[in-house]
Ligand binder design. Sequence first.
Ligand code: AQP
Length: 339
Amino acid sequence: MTEVVHTPRVFSGIQPSGGLTLGNYLGAIKRFVDMQESGIETLYCMVDLHAITVWQDPADLRHNTRELAAGYIAAGLDPAKSILFNQSQVSAHAELGWLFSCIARMGWMKRMTQFKDKAGKNAENASLGLFGYPALMAADILIYHSTHVPVGEDQKQHLELTRDVAAKFNHDFGVDFFPMTEPVIEGAATRVMSLRDGSKKMSKSDPSDASRINMTDDADTIAKKIRKAKTDPDALPSEAEGLKDRPEARNLVNIFAALNDQTVDATLADVGGKQFSEFKPMLVDLAVNKLSPISTEMARLMNDPAEIDRILGDGSARARKIANPILEKTYDIVGMIRS
Ligand code: AQP
């Protein structure tokens, strides 16, 4: 069988399950913008079907979807350059998600650490959708034959499962149809940790607001949260090796480096030897400088929800043009009559 060469195409998404965090920004959106600027075709989604795998109040979901779209645009995604849309407006995602639920195996899903983390001790009471989440995620990616997916470190396992789904589909039906998608996990902050606990991921659904920086936080709130961030009593080291057993210190240095578009080594060459009493105000200034223009622009865009809805409608129509022929071909491969 000759191997099909797929044209480079980037897809990624974020759940509108709450306000955007600095983790979403550094781990995902900042990379989305880089890839948009590289000239590759880019599609970025608000994965609302994923968000409802845990309870979402309908009014909050609507607000969070628009706010996420505003965050994408305020951070530098341009609806004229990237296709921006919400998942539920492109029904091919859900349809391919079902086909992939019949390809993926229960054992694969049971190994997913994110399900274990999110379902916690009460797994019996988790929704079936939360368990099958990675099959829909594989569909999100493969419905566009995407070749590259920028994500944070926590999504690596789901990306591996996406490749497993593509490989099993291709093998079962004797085709070379779905590509082996590459995860793009880059930058100094691929896993931003909670400001209160260096062993926990910064997350929009963490009950403690002090654990995260929200993209809508004002300068005073950002300053207060960074000042209160957990640290240790030692000065900063001059080399990354010195951060090995210091999760909270490492987290703040990673955030600084990522916001400043430099490596951790370059950051430590500047700030090594400083106490946190000196480093934290530097981080506050940098974070406020980088994030304030984004939050101001988000607020401005949120004043015109009809324009956001228009952008999502337009993006969805463009996304459907790519997705629908791939879905039709998939149905044909599987043996469905489409008359
Ligand atoms: N702390 C993080 N550091 C780096 N990247 C992160 N991402 C999320 N948190 C961090 C990346 O953001 C993208 C979108 O994530 P998501 O919203 O789809 O789901 P999530 O990973 O479950 O994010 P949250 O904030 O923890 O949401 P909730 O609380 O609703 O579960 C992904 O690329 C992810 O890697």
